[in-house]
Design a protein around this ligand. Structure first.
Ligand code: 4NP
Length: 161
C-alpha cells in the first residue's frame, strides 16, 4: 500500500521550550494511534538563537514526568522549504503565527494555524517564568495535540486509519 504521509511542523520562538514538547507529545499520540508511518513530525523556531541546542532542561524534565523522551531533539530555525515540505505548520502563540505568516513565501501549500485554534488561545512562553509554567504548557500541548490528531484523522482516507 502506498502511504500518503502527512507532515506536521510545530513552531515556537526558540524551539527549545514549547515546540519540542509539542513535537514529543504529538509523536506520542501518533504512536499510540499506530500512525507513525503516516504522520511525520518535526519542530522549529522562528528565531535562530538556539540552533543546534537540545531542548531546555525544564521541557526535557516535564516530558520525562509523563514518560516522553525529547532529549534527542535539536533546535533549528524555520526555513522557506518548510512551507512546501509540511502540510501543517502549527504555531504555539499568536506572535509565532504572525512571524510565520510574515516569513511565508507568497505561494505556498502549507496550512498555517494556531495549535489552540478553536479556543483562539496561546500556549504561553514559559522561558523566563517559574517551573510551573512548563506544567501549564504540557497540559495545553497535550490537549491541543490530541485534538489536532483527531482533526487530521478526520481528513484521512478510511483505508489509511
Ligand atoms: P520557546 O521559548 O519559544 O517556547 O522555545 C523561548 C526560548 C528562548 C527564548 C524565548 C522563548 N529566548 O528569549 O531565548
Amino acid at each position: 500500500m502506498v502511504v500518503k504521509q502527512r507532515r506536521v511542523l510545530f513552531v515556537c520562538l526558540g524551539n527549545i521550550c514549547r515546540s519540542p514538547l509539542a513535537e514529543g507529545v504529538f509523536r506520542h499520540h501518533v504512536k499510540q494511534a499506530g500512525l507513525e508511518e503516516q504522520i511525520y513530525v518535526d519542530s522549529a523556531g522562528t528565531a535562530n538563537w538556539h540552533r543546534g541546542k537540545k531542548p531546555d532542561i525544564r521541557s526535557i524534565q516535564t516530558a520525562q514526568k509523563h514518560g516522553i523522551d525529547i532529549s534527542n531533539q535539536e533546535a533549528r530555525q524555520l526555513e522557506d522549504e518548510d512551507f512546501e515540505k509540511f502540510h501543517y505548520i502549527v504555531a504555539m502563540d499568536s506572535t509565532n503565527l504572525a512571524n510565520i505568516q510574515a516569513k511565508a513565501p507568497y505561494l505556498h501549500t502549507a496550512n498555517v494555524r494556531l495549535l489552540l485554534q478553536d479556543e483562539q488561545k496561546d500556549v504561553p512562553d514559559p522561558y523566563y517564568g517559574a517551573n510551573e509554567g512548563f506544567d501549564e504548557v504540557y497540559e495545553l500541548v497535550r490537549g491541543g495535540t490530541y485534538n489536532f490528531l483527531q482533526e487530521i484523522r478526520d481528513v484521512m482516507e478510511p483505508t489509511e486509519i
